[in-house]
Design a protein. Structure first.
Length: 255
């Protein structure tokens, strides 16, 4: 049964334009035409197309394929055996390259991803994985939690070091203001609070002022957060919560 150009294109996984081009350069001309002048391909044409595609997979240029197929001494069986040998060699090389890429990825991930022990050491004994189930239960339905999970899954060791350094600097500033007797509603304290809000917004999830106020309240409501924040400066969790709230109030008043 003769096939139209669109049928052949669908079967072979090539475009109609490609088949037209093969016809124009004499690489693969259909054996027949319909009464309306449309190209029609028979089994011999399909066999020749298969040869063309095999050679193309081996990166033979079209001109070279034309030369090979036009050779009076061209032998289909010999050609297929040669193509199989070349494709087998190419497969071996590709498999070797694939193994090398996998090894490189494994090295990269092992260098970049932090182990649980490294995470605990970096955050002074706090291991986020210990609280994942609870966090999932309490906030898993929220978009903020899902966004934080997506972002942190990509972070490298260098990213976490940057996050820790930024966070430590912010709380050090808040502690300095607190011990100096600067009120949490002062411009200086609210500026530090805003820096913290932007830090959360950049690294974890979109953090509007209302959400930031709630985060500050969590710092005083959850004794684990309070103990961790107050470790170096007792009272810092409450001071930070008040500064966050004052900053949120100021942002609301400014609207």
């Amino acid at each position: 049964m003769a096939l139209t150009v669109s049928q052949v294109a669908s079967i072979a996984g090539v475009s109609v334009r490609t088949l037209h081009h093969y016809d124009e350069i004499g690489l693969l001309s259909p054996s027949g035409r319909s009464t309306a002048g449309y190209r029609l391909y028979n089994d011999a044409d399909l066999s020749r197309l298969q040869q063309v595609l095999f050679f193309r997979a081996l990166e033979f240029p079209l001109q070279e394929i034309c030369r090979i197929l036009r050779d009076p001494e061209f032998d289909l069986g010999a050609s297929l055996r040669m193509q199989r040998q070349l494709l087998s060699e190419k497969a071996v090389k590709l498999q070797s390259l694939l193994g090398a890429v996998d090894a490189a990825l494994a090295r990269l991930e092992s260098e970049q991803r932090m182990t649980r022990e490294e995470m605990k050491q970096m955050f002074d004994g706090f291991d986020p994985a210990d609280h994942e189930a609870e966090a999932e239960q309490r906030w898993g339905h929220t978009e903020a939690f899902q966004e934080s999970k997506r972002r942190t899954a990509r972070y490298t060791k260098q990213d976490w070091q940057t996050i820790k350094a930024e966070g430590a600097a912010i709380f050090a500033r808040l502690a300095e203001l607190m011990t100096s007797g600067i009120p949490p509603g002062s411009p200086e304290a609210m500026a530090a609070a805003e820096t913290h809000r932007l830090h959360i917004d950049r690294w974890f999830y979109p953090c509007p002022h209302t959400l930031h106020r709630g985060l500050g309240q969590l710092y005083v409501d959850d004794p684990r957060f309070t103990a961790n924040i107050d470790k170096s400066s007792p009272g810092l969790a409450a001071y930070a919560a008040q500064a966050f709230a004052a900053n949120a109030d100021q942002a609301t008043d400014a609207r």
